[in-house]
Design a binder for this molecule. Structure first.
Ligand SMILES: [Ca+2]
Ligand SMILES: [Ca+2]
Length: 116
């Protein structure tokens, strides 16, 4: 129940924040793939509640993302509501740490997600 309330409040607050936050772009390597910060779904340089909302908006088809790796907060190779919940748990409940890269870098794990 707490997770649902956190998710709902995160969505409402984050949605408001997302409307005012532009999406930036991190530098690439020259091979087309860009470095990223896992969890910084909206590419504004910080990982916060707005990113959780961005992930849900992306899943709902209301946002576009070129860096799917950044949205895969739990690094399971898929983007789902679990990523939004994982981020909220990390930010507000002392949940598990976000997998690398938590600073600008590249995905150390193999998956089908990319960051362009
Ligand atoms: Ca962000
Ligand atoms: Ca995931």
């Amino acid at each position: 129940m707490t997770r649902i309330l956190l998710l709902a409040s995160g969505l409402l607050i984050g949605l408001g924040l997302t409307l005012f936050v532009g999406c930036g772009e991190y530098p690439g390597t020259g091979n087309g793939e860009h470095a990223f910060v896992r969890g910084d779904a909206n590419f504004d340089g910080t990982v916060n509640l707005a990113d959780s909302s961005f992930i849900l908006a992306f899943i709902a088809g209301n946002r576009n993302a070129n860096c799917l790796d950044a949205l895969d907060v739990n690094d399971d190779g898929q983007i789902s509501q679990d990523d939004s919940v994982y981020l909220i748990d990390f930010l507000f409940n002392g949940g598990a740490a976000i997998p690398e890269p938590t600073q600008l870098g590249f995905d150390p794990t193999q998956d089908n997600l990319r960051c362009f």
